[in-house]
Write a protein that binds this ligand. Structure first.
Ligand code: GLU
Length: 311
């Protein structure tokens, strides 16, 4: 893994849309992709597409084909070649090796049921996604590598206390809504995530590890993604600091709403882009539904009435 010395060797802004092909794209994906494209256009930057297909148990090639087609239908063009995480396992392995060389990873053999039992107390602390923090001390006996054979499954966990002690207090730069170039520092508290899993025996890297490695390798300068990943950014900053990776600017956009800020109807939100398209929706309809004014995009300013069933 050769990380560019500066975030963007070409000098200009680099943005990316990074879907996981675990299902069809919905309006939320369309909003994120269109927003990235619009920002790249306004900033004169590059726009990349990254297929986050590292979880080979959940990702499917037909979803990749479908999302490429949906994005083309929306009128979006990305640079090629498109990076697919499943083709870059060596990069994640190298990052893991670097963390392991600093004594920051440990093998965790505790089973799901042992973890569930050890965290059953309703007062047990939870991470920002609601999952119980890993109770390392309580599971020390289960995690003892002594007597474990080479075939036994394990997770590679980050020793959070040790990792956090190695870095100064961290913050990330969060761009203000509609204010390119203006950002606020957000203090990052990665300890909220506890001893996260960064890989498993049969699984080369977690999302958190792969995303920071790829953003660095691809020279991404601006990460524009959904608000649901806001808290995870604390962990991403920690991994960047530990691995000596450049630090992009972040913008966590609202989750999809209607043009006036009201929530879109459930039936619109739950339908895939291809289902909407099969019902006759146009790319302009999609832009309008996600609240991106059609006049910032080239194309006819159509304003079709919502179809019956889309109140
Ligand atoms: N692959 C993630 C998703 O589809 C997005 C990751 C990111 O933008 O950082 O939710």
């Amino acid at each position: 893994m050769t990380i560019p010395a500066s975030p963007s060797p070409s000098g200009g802004p680099v943005l990316r849309f990074a879907p996981s092909p675990t299902g069809p794209l919905h309006l939320g994906h369309a909003y994120s992709a269109l927003l990235n494209a619009e920002k790249a256009r306004r900033m004169g930057g590059r726009l990349l597409l990254r297929i986050e297909d590292i979880d080979v148990t959940r990702c499917r090639p037909d979803f990749v084909e479908a999302l490429l087609e949906d994005l083309a239908w929306l009128g979006l063009e990305f640079e090629s070649p498109v990076r697919r995480q499943s083709a870059h396992f060596d990069d994640y392995r190298e990052a893991l090796d670097r963390l392991a060389a600093r004594g920051l990873l440990y093998r965790s053999y505790a089973s799901r049921s042992a973890i569930a039992a050890a965290t059953a107390d309703p007062g047990h602390p939870r991470d920002p996604d609601g999952a119980p923090l890993y109770p390392r001390a309580r599971l020390a006996a289960a995690d003892d590598p002594a007597g474990r054979g080479p075939g036994e499954p394990f997770a590679l966990r980050l020793d959070m206390a040790r990792a956090a002690a190695l870095v100064p207090p961290l913050a990330w730069r969060e761009e203000r809504e509609g204010m390119e170039g203006g950002f606020d520092p957000v203090p990052a508290d990665p300890a909220l995530w506890g001893d996260v899993v960064l890989a498993r025996k049969e699984f080369p890297a977690s999302y958190h590890l792969a995303v920071v490695v790829d953003d660095a390798l691809q020279g991404v300068t601006h990460v524009v993604r959904g608000r649901d990943l806001y808290e995870a950014t604390a962990l991403h900053r920690l991994l960047q600091a530990l691995l000596g990776l450049p630090e992009p600017v972040y913008h966590h956009h609202r989750l999809v709403q209607g043009p006036d800020g009201e929530k879109l109807s459930k039936s619109l939100r739950s339908k895939s882009l291809r289902a909407l398209r099969a019902e006759g929706a146009t790319p302009q309809d999609v832009r309008r539904w996600v609240g991106l004014a059609s006049d910032i995009f080239p194309g006819p300013r159509t304003s079709r009435p919502l179809r019956p069933g889309h109140p």
